[in-house]
Design a protein around this ligand. Structure first.
Ligand SMILES: [Zn+2]
Length: 665
């Protein structure tokens, strides 16, 4: 097994600003690197900026500055952004740096000596925006429009050096067949394979039409094609003899995270260049999907409106960057396209972070000032510890498979199980009657929380540290060769001091939430898809009213006010939720209705709500209904109110934040 890990983001092109999309990739890389360090790997995380090309040369001319000056200015923006999002790259490479240029030229010479570069002429349809030639088939007709930039590609003829890409067709196909992990996810691999199978032409890899690039060795009239230059950054950043050996040549897991739009360059051209030079290949090209914001594509305006740093800093919470990291990785399955929005962030903040994780700490720490002694284990502890161990494995396996979303989902089942354990073990009751039992409950929860703090650290490093401080644990200090993963919840020493602190995730005021929604609303001018949506809705609408009307039952016979007064309705907050085995319709809930203990309510809402969706929700509870037995020990102490809507149920929820236990009249 490899013990070294090398992860890279694409180097970001400096005609752009750091936006949610590039933040997403960088956060994912940082997360994987932190995870590997916890597992004892020697790990290296690289990002940087791609600075050459005609587009930059033109932008600099327009602004009346040198390309070098423009590159330095914008590169600095990227470099200073990532730490504000909790990302700590080990190196930041710029393609205009001498250390990069010398390696690119050496790579060129090596491939030329091997006979795979020759001089010829190239004529083709060229998109300046993409800095790439296209075939007519790839462009939109009529008009040869670039599919990305929607403007006409120009016919360009120039003397050019070519790379013998055609020679590598079979070798590349062998690579995909023998190493299916080379391109992930599998869907992307199939696309790449189909592209290679359709036939590879030699690749034009130099330009004479602009100057801002790396000169071709021995023929300075030519500068290198931007992709030949840019891709080499992954190798040039390891230029020191020792680093190259450790992270590239020896048994090292080398992962390039890329957007799905640049898979071809990474999974076809890059390995072919490396093969030609006789160098080792990366282990995996992992392509993530595209991010939309509140349903809109990442347009130029949107990139500026929802700057990731502004977003993280606007949250009235000590851990804004960690919250952003969590929601991006949790809500958008890594590898798929996905949507992010302020609504999503706020709802996950409240449900996953406040009501699940924060609440678990708040339900544990008030019961002790030091780590209590353990007493006899009951089935409840066994069940919880068993869940923790199984899930700790699942979290690790998910991170190993570059699946941070799945890792977080598995981790949150531990948090949910621990909250459920609190409900069942009822420390508030043990406190009165059985101090030894209380000690056992708290000691168990401290172990579980200690494990959670480690598993959370790759995604939420600052929150993990704050948790550990409250739990009386030392900061995490990974060291090479030592695996810190909590496969079993780490045990504690009796008497260690705890340090209960402020809540990690204070509840936001409704007015604050509203301000955040307004400030980070997607720009209206670009809501071009709205008319289409309205049209579609208009088409779909007429059928609905009749359908619904047919299902509505007539109003029941009149009752007296006294009858109504007998009904006790309260606001409750759902603390935890679990599916009920073999009862598809039911969720087993713990609902805080302002009493000493949360109530258990069995609700028939599983077809409309997942357990995760319902945790943290404020609900209307019929609080004085006689207990109802659903069999197998499932006794419900109340009922939730919900509206019958087409296709399911909609829970009734107060329009403003109401304290648990508030009367509904
Ligand atoms: Zn284009």
């Amino acid at each position: 097994m490899a013990t070294r890990f090398y992860v890279t983001t694409p180097i970001y092109y400096i005609n752009d600003v750091p936006h949610l999309g590039s933040a997403y990739t960088t956060i994912a890389a940082d997360t994987l690197c932190r995870y590997k360090r916890l597992r004892g790997f020697e790990a290296r995380f690289l990002t940087g900026t791609d600075e050459h090309g005609l587009k930059i040369q033109r932008a600099a001319e327009e602004r009346g500055v040198s390309p070098e000056a423009l590159a330095t200015e914008v590169s600095e923006v990227f470099r200073s952004t990532w730490p504000k999002l909790g990302c700590e790259p080990d190196d930041f490479i710029r393609t205009s740096e001498p250390r990069h240029k010398s390696v690119v030229q050496a790579l060129w010479s090596r491939i030329a000596e091997a006979g795979d570069i020759y001089l010829g002429h190239y004529e083709g349809l060229y998109c300046v925006g993409c800095e790439a030639y296209y075939t007519e088939k790839e462009l939109e007709q009529p008009g040869n429009l670039c599919p990305l930039h929607k403007r006409a590609a120009e016919t360009v003829k120039e003397e050019s050096y070519f790379f013998r890409l055609s020679k590598y067709q079979d070798k590349l196909l062998d690579l995909y067949a023998n190493h299916p992990e080379f391109v992930l996810p599998a869907g992307r691999r199939n696309e790449v394979r189909a592209f290679v199978q359709s036939g590879l032409e030699d690749l034009s890899i130099s330009r004479t039409t602009f100057r801002w690039g790396v000169p071709v060795p021995g023929d300075p009239r030519h500068v290198m094609y931007v992709w030949f230059d840019a891709l080499t950054n992954y190798f040039s950043a390891l230029q020191g003899a020792q680093d190259t050996a450790l992270f590239w040549e020896f048994d090292s897991e080398k992962v390039h995270l890329v957007g799905k739009d640049i898979v071809r360059f990474h999974a076809v051209y890059w390995p072919a260049f490396l093969m030609a030079a006789g160098l080792d290949l990366p282990s995996t090209i992992f392509a993530h999907g595209f991010l939309t914001y509140a349903g809109q594509k990442m347009s130029k305006t949107l990139r500026n409106t929802v700057s990731p740093v502004a977003l993280a800093e606007a949250l009235p919470c000590a851990f804004g960057a960690d919250v952003l990291r969590y929601v991006l990785l949790r809500s958008i399955s890594f590898g798929q396209d996905g949507d992010f929005s302020m609504d999503e962030l706020l709802s996950r903040y409240t449900a996953d972070l406040g009501n699940a994780l924060g609440n678990l700490l708040n339900r544990t720490l008030p019961f002790a000032e030091t780590v209590p002694a353990k007493a006899a284990t009951t089935a409840l502890e066994d069940e919880l510890l068993c869940t923790c161990m199984r899930r700790a494995n699942a979290v690790a396996e998910a991170f190993d498979a570059y699946a941070p979303t799945a890792a977080l989902t598995a981790l949150w089942t531990v948090i949910q199980a621990a909250n459920l354990y609190v409900d069942k073990a009822a420390p508030w009751a043990a406190k009165k009657s059985d101090p030894a039992r209380l000690g056992m409950i708290v000691a168990t929860l401290l172990e579980v929380l200690g494990g959670v703090s480690v598993m959370l650290a790759p995604v939420m490093p600052k929150v993990a540290e704050a948790m550990r401080l409250q739990l009386g644990l030392p900061p995490l200090a990974p060291s090479v060769g030592s695996d810190m993963w909590p496969f079993a919840p780490p045990s504690r020493t009796v008497g260690e001091p705890l340090a209960r602190g402020l809540p990690l995730f204070p509840r936001f005021e409704k007015s604050t939430e509203q301000e955040l929604r307004e400030r980070f609303a997607p720009p209206k001018a670009e809501a071009a898809s709205v008319p289409v949506a309205v049209e579609a809705a208009a088409v779909a609408a007429p059928a609905a009213p009749t359908e619904v009307a047919a299902e509505k039952s007539p109003v029941r016979p009149t009752i007296s006010y006294d009858d109504f007064a007998k009904i006790d309705l309260r606001v409750g907050v759902v603390i935890s939720a679990e599916r009920v085995k073999k009862k598809d319709r039911l969720l087993d809930l713990r609902v805080d209705v302002g009493e000493a203990e949360p109530r258990r309510i069995i609700a028939g809402i599983a077809a409309s709500y997942s357990p995760e969706q319902v945790v943290g929700k404020r609900v209307a509870v019929l609080a004085n209904l006689a207990p109802r037995d659903f069999g197998k020990g499932l006794v419900s102490q109340g009922m939730l109110l919900a509206a019958d809507i087409p296709g399911g149920l909609a829970l009734m929820t107060p329009e403003r934040d109401a304290e648990p236990g508030s009367e509904i009249r």
